[in-house]
Design a protein around this ligand. Structure first.
Ligand code: NDP
Length: 245
């Protein structure tokens, strides 16, 4: 068990990629707390507990620093500590830049980018004090290459990459690994609302001619949190079936 006795916080763990991350961390031995904002998904907690691990499901909005701090304090109190942070929560609200409203910009930046800062800010003093920790931030290939109709989302995901590299430098001397994952198109709720032609275009871009699964991302997260990845930090790892080569 790669992650036995480790305690993890996963933001946005009630659906899609976050749900797969929660379950894979638990399968590999970790106790897991996850956050959500929509209706509670009790099934995930049940599945984690059936593996013999503790699980906390916490309603908490990532875009508010005080909520992140409260969540982290609850996890420390109920699980006894934190060794792993996975910043996964994210939304998109697409529009061409000349039609994008201030609300669309702010909502996506506050959730996708500020949400990562908020949780890193909340765990950093703990990781510094214990001289160890793992942080994985979920970015996107669209943060690397830009994407028509996603000025807000691509800017947020590009911001995550700068945040990742900076925090890797700042927390490196405290033995904390900080990495980002940049997925291509992954089959989740988030892509259900995309027009068919956009999904087809993404599929055609991949060299495998297939869309990724949440589990593909989850396995990479687990690896980055394991001792096998202890010499990897400040990296952005694409997981996209060759969609952006
Ligand atoms: P989903 O829409 O399936 O899940 C998003 C998760 O984020 C949900 O658990 C949701 O909670 C949570 N969430 C949204 N807003 C907040 C908030 N303010 N506070 C806390 N939690 C919140 O998306 P995916 O699983 O597809 O995406 C997960 C991550 O992967 C995102 O960062 C996304 O940008 C990234 N990504 C996804 C790709 C894809 O093709 N699917 C490609 C590249 C990157 P709730 O269910 O309670 O609303």
């Amino acid at each position: 068990m790669e992650l036995k006795n480790k305690r993890a916080v996963v933001t946005g763990g009630s659906a899609g990629i976050g749900q797969a991350i929660v379950l894979d961390l638990a399968k590999n031995g970790a106790e897991v707390a996850f956050t959500y904002v929509g209706p509670e998904n009790k099934e995930i907690k049940r599945q984690v507990e059936s593996l013999g691990r503790k699980c906390l499901s916490l309603e908490s909005d990532v875009s508010i620093l005080s909520e992140a701090e409260k969540t982290v304090a609850q996890v420390v109190e109920k699980l006894g500590g934190i060794e792993i942070l996975i910043n996964n929560a994210g939304i998109n609200w697409d529009e061409v830049v000349w039609k994008m409203t201030e609300e669309m910009w702010d909502k996506v930046l506050d959730t996708d980018l500020k949400g990562c800062f908020n949780y890193i800010r909340a765990v950093a003093p703990i990781f510094k004090e214990q001289n160890s920790g793992k942080i994985v931030n979920i970015a996107s290939i669209n943060g690397l290459r830009g994407k028509f109709g996603q000025a807000n989302y691509a800017a947020a995901k590009a911001g995550i990459i700068g945040l990742t590299k900076t925090v890797a430098k700042e927390l490196g001397k405290y033995n904390v690994n900080v990495n980002a994952i940049a997925p291509g198109l992954i089959e989740t709720e988030m892509i259900q609302k995309l027009p068919e032609e956009i999904k087809k275009q993404a599929l055609d871009e991949t060299v495998f001619k297939r869309i990724g699964k949440p589990e593909n991302v989850a396995h990479l997260v687990t690896f980055l949190c394991s001792e096998k990845a202890k010499h990897i930090t400040g990296e952005v790892i694409k997981i996209d079936g060759g969609q952006y080569i």
